[in-house]
Design a protein around this ligand. Structure first.
Ligand code: C2E
Ligand code: MG
Ligand code: MG
Ligand code: MG
Length: 282
């Protein structure tokens, strides 16, 4: 079978890779077709100031509903997009869409709204990343400080020289940077300090463990304190209960995101949700 395909595809599709590789190849084909047919879209999950619950921004999250109408989770298709290089154009689409959404919110009067966008390693180290970022902001007419870029902790520890270089270029655009999934990588204190990013996003796993055991809550406290002592803002991901929120406030965590506050939603709904949550008493 592999012989029927051109050389590039045959490498993906060699017999020894088995069913799994074939499945992945099919998934990638579907993803590419959906992207070209403009069937990928972006949803937004609000982020709040924890002590007051005031909305500070949102995270843009990519969604793919495949040909059969089923949602494929990003954890399944993002890695494929990364391996294939497709993430470069998909990532640009997310960035541009998020910029237009934040521009729209600014038009509605939410001038301090911060839009967070996940950036893959392949995008981050691509030579056109900074020009792409600048063009996205310029075309949507948003200032740099309306944007935050999320890079994962493991990415940040990849190649320190490259990372510091790109971070400096990002800083020059006015955009801020958050370390995503913090606590799941192995960064050292000195590496972390060198990066000088604005925010640490504590991974959902710690938020959940904080409640389930004494050791868990000690670890959560350490992670929050680590961020605070480095002068960073700390945002906890995946907050689902009032108990978790209260515990994180007590630990000094600045911001939060999770189903307790809101699920990811389409842009049109976000605009209504913002109006609603603004009216609600604090
Ligand atoms: P992430 O950046 O850490 O995003 C947070 C994930 O946690 C999202 O999953 C979000 O829907 C989920 N979440 C938020 N609150 C809760 C909660 O209270 N409980 C639970 N159980 N989950 C919660 P999602 O949307 O499935 O995305 C998964 C991952 O896929 C993201 O993790 C991110 O790493 C990646 N991803 C999503 N969109 C993009 C994108 O546009 N570009 C890139 N490079 N990666 C993306
Ligand atoms: Mg993220
Ligand atoms: Mg995360
Ligand atoms: Mg994640």
């Amino acid at each position: 079978r592999a012989k029927l395909m051109h050389r590039g595809a045959a490498q993906y599709f060699s017999a020894e890779m088995g069913v799994d590789a074939r499945e992945r190849f099919k998934l990638l084909k579907g993803l590419r077709a959906s992207f070209e047919a403009r069937r990928l879209f972006v949803v937004y999950q609000p982020q709040v100031h924890l002590p007051t619950r005031k909305v500070v921004g949102a995270e843009a999250l990519l969604r793919w509903r495949n040909e059969e109408g089923k949602f494929v989770p990003p954890d399944q298709f993002i890695p494929l997009a990364e391996q294939s290089g497709l993430i470069i154009s998909i990532g640009e689409f997310v960035l541009r869409t998020a910029c237009f959404q934040v521009a729209r919110l600014r038009e509605l009067g939410y001038m301090d709204f911060r839009m967070a966008v996940n950036i893959s390693l392949a995008q981050f180290r691509h030579p056109h990343f900074i020009p792409t970022l600048q063009a996205a902001m310029r075309d949507a007419e948003v200032p740099g400080d309306a944007l935050e870029l999320e890079i994962t902790e493991s990415m940040a520890m990849e190649d320190v020289d490259m990372v510091l270089h790109v971070l400096a270029d990002i800083r020059a655009t006015g955009a801020t940077v958050a370390i995503d999934d913090f606590g799941t990588g192995f960064s050292s204190l000195s590496q972390l300090r060198q990066l000088q990013v604005e925010r640490l996003k504590i991974d959902r796993a710690f938020v959940q463990e904080a409640q389930s055991s004494a050791a868990g809550s000690t670890i959560a406290a350490m992670v929050v304190n680590l961020g605070r002592s480095l002068g960073m803002q700390v945002l906890a991901e995946g907050i689902e209960t009032e108990e978790q929120a209260a515990q994180l406030v007590a630990l000094g965590c600045h911001e939060g995101q999770g189903y307790l506050f809101a699920r990811p939603m389409p842009g049109e709904l976000l605009e209504g949700w913002m109006a609603q949550s603004n009216r609600a008493p604090e």
